[in-house]
Design a protein. Sequence first.
Length: 1058
Amino acid sequence: MASGGPGPPGGEGRALGAGRPLALERQVGVWDTVLLEPLTEQAFIANLHQRYKHDQIYTYIGQVLISVNPYKKLALYTSEVIRAYRACSRFELPPHVYAVAEEAYRAVREQNCDQCVVISGESGSGKTEASKLIMQYVAAVSGRAKEVNAIKSQLLQSNPVLEAFGNAKTHRNDNSSRFGKYMDLEFDFKGDPIGGLITNYLLEKSRVTAQQPGERNFHIFYQLLTGADIQLLKSLKLQRNVENYEILKQGRPLQYDSLDDKRDFQVTRRAMDILGLTVDEQQGILRVIASVLKLGNVTFSPVNNIDGSEGCVVDNEYDLQDVCELLHAEPAALQAPLTTRCLEPRAEAVLVELSAAEAAGARDALARALYSRLFAWIIVRINETIKPKKHAKRKVLGVLDIYGFEVFEHNGFEQLVINFCNEKLQQIFIQLVLKEEQEEYVREGIEWTPVEYFNNAVICDLIEKNNHGILSLLDDECLKLGQGSDESFLSRMDQSCAGHPHYVAVADNSSPAHCFRLKHYAGDVTYEVAGFVKKNTDSLSRDLSMVMYRCDLPLVKTLFPEGNPKRATLRRTTTASTQFKISISALMKSLASKRPHYVRCIKPNDTKVANEFGSELVRHQVLYLNLLENVRIKRAGFAYRQTYEAFLARYKMLSLHTWPAWCGLAAEGVTYLLRDLPISMTEYAFGRTKLFIRSPETVFELEEFRRERLHELATLIQKSWRGWRQHRLFEAMRKSQIIIASNWRTWKAKEELRVMKQRRRTEWAARLVQRAYRCWKRRRFLLRLAHHLPSESPLSRDWPRAPPLCHQTSALLYKLYHKWRCHKYRMRFDQTSRNRMREKVTSSIIFKGRKASYAKSIGHPFLGDYVRLRQNSHWKKMSADTNDQYVVFADIINKIARSSGKFVPVLFVLSTSSMLILDQRTMQIKYRIPAPEIYRISLSPFLDDIAVFHVRALSPSRDVPVEEPNLPGCLLGGEAGSKHRKGDLVFQTGHVIEIVTKLFLVIQNATGKPPDINIDTEFEANFGQSDVVFSFKASGHPDTPPGQIRIIRRANKMEVIL
Ligand SMILES: Nc1ncnc2c1ncn2[C@@H]1O[C@H](COP(=O)(O)OP(=O)(O)OP(=O)(O)O)[C@@H](O)[C@H]1O
Ligand SMILES: [Mg+2]
């Protein structure tokens, strides 16, 4: 056994990642037979066998997948496994059909190039299953949008319909595809399926009317009879029993799996619904199937005509009528065309009766035509549904599931065609995988030792070559207009192909007569020529075509367009083999235009049972499939090749030399690129136009590098784009912000202006209101004041309360009013009152704020004459002498002795001209001092009631009493008439304010100039010879009782203590 490589060394593989499905964990044998050591046929088959025993049915030869049919359900197809193959690369996981599907799908999606998966192998080797698994995988991993899911569902649902109509049970396979199918899955640029196209190749229509023992007709007949409900059967004029139908009975004895058929019928109906077949269309399809069943039951009996010719009659006309009814034709419409034939090429149409055998042949031909055309129509109809709706650029993944190589006991025309198809597929495999690969190495100048293999081109030539090929000879035979026969075809073949290494003319007794043998690449097959010409021509009589065209069932009309009388033509239809050749060559062309992936299916046994590995059978397949040669070429060759331009285009991003663009020669660019990558030089070789890479792992590695780099580049693009987008967003936001800000500022300014205007208006209004209010208030106050003026008495203090804003006015008005009422009051005064007033005002002027005792005097009326001196007769007499009759003041007051400070009560009189001091008892004048002599009056600011009258030194005008006594305290002393100064007089009296005021006025009146009023705490007084300083002290002396005064004489100082 080999070791190492992408698979597990010695078969035990690289440890699979945690979480891998269990089915993928157990590794057996070698994954890739390229790594098999030694490479022998035996070791190759043993490896397959070993793996098969452990349910490892898949093995690689490089990129080619070998699949051995397990004939049992394996846990290999779960969604978990799909996910694993989706996530990992081909070389990380064991071989699997999903890995092939993934590679093809990834190439479609990422490399944008068309792919195809060619599935080949014998009948029953598992091709159809593999193709379904590939479709299932692609459906599972592609997009999940609603319409994508709908398309996927339609693509998948085409399988049950095609299998119902195109598959049948054969000896080799219970679900054998009796037609070739090539399906294109079409994808959009994202890799989402957008539709598909099915091409079918040569349905084995002979099966409709004849099956080999042990085989069945197409599934749909059994499905319909067992699965349809009774109403449906009735409407189709059918009975449930399969045995009632001739075309289903031929393969007997046969076990019908009615349960599966019943269930499959539901599946087929559901699939038809999903594929969009309308109820009418489905009804039409079932009617055609029913009519084929019924037609098969129509039998003919020979009759001898009068002219001796052989004719026939229909035995069971009811069945034929049922067929007509089912197809919506005239009840007897089919009778004539089935029993007679019109020979048209003659000048006049001649009606020839058919023998019973010929009529049966016409019946079978009609049944086969109905069925095969219905099958073709269904495919066209499905294609209509799955056709891509978008016309965008698309990529294709083709899956080819064509019938496998067949060798039966009796092999006819169909087997030749089928095996020819397989030869062609083998040829394209050889072309692409074996031959071309080797030729390419030589062409590109790569060192190479050629590997020998069998090239089946020679067999293909034998069958298809123009002029001498078997199919050409057959066509020639068919051209002989009724003269051609199978025997003459055989003899021509025997002549023309004699000596061909792959053609054997059979003439021995061991084989049935009229046979020929072909040595196919897959083995020898003996073909019986009986029926070859007929099947190749396969013409339906024109009468039958016309009857079918005239049917009212629209579907049948569509199936037989040549029955349209307007399109009547005598042109020969192309033979079946020519049609097949054309379609196969188109298929080969289509495959050659795509990158192929191969699945080579191997059938392990002929008994269709699980766990049986027939080494001989497998060896045979390994040999004819050239698998060993395939391995040898793979081992010697290179896994991957690509033109330098394409390689550079794909991987240029991996080197700074080639990214983003390489301007020089592509080969040079590739050299730089590979030099920059950690890839061993033995891993690649430079051809003339292409680069060759030895192992798939290197390609995988390159792909990984590319993926990572693309990721980086995508991130870079994303980053730049995001940056650009954010910048644009920012710019937009900035612009918006500027617009918003400017608008906002405008709005704000307007708003401020509005607020300001409003405020101004409000303020103006407020001021207006305020002004009006104030006016109103003032007005109201003034009016109220005017109407309710307070008392006119100057003593009244009543005054209405004024509002705050009229306080000042009110005060002024009050003053004004008061002045006015005082004036008014004064106006009412007589002379006396006026004088008194004058005195009071003068007193106020002199003392207000200067003398403490002033306040006490205000309310006291200045009576003046307290001793009623004016009425005194003595005084009257006396005063007339001195002109002192007008007494201004008279009272007994204290004269203060200047030497002792003692109080001496005296009668003090003030007349309008002088001041007089009289003895209170005798009324003798002690002093008379004319008013002008007194120049100053001094007082203290206190409450002491003492006043000092400063008298001038005597003047000649002074009027003094003659007999003036020398009394202490007198102003004038000495001899009478002497002119010595006596000094100032000091008095104490409760009327000191009144006396000083009146004296002040008297002096002013007398002299026109008022005396000085000196109010101080210290002042000087003249006591005759000396000056004495009077000092007043308000602080209480302990010897002085409160409210009284003490006068102390100390030398030249008289202290008055209060
Ligand atoms: N991978 C598989 N797992 C399980 N069973 C399988 C698998 N492949 C094939 N089979 C079984 O083998 C049978 C035959 O397979 P399939 O119909 O795919 O063969 P085929 O190659 O298409 O034959 P034909 O050429 O006759 O159409 C299937 O019906 C199925 O039972
Ligand atoms: Mg098949």
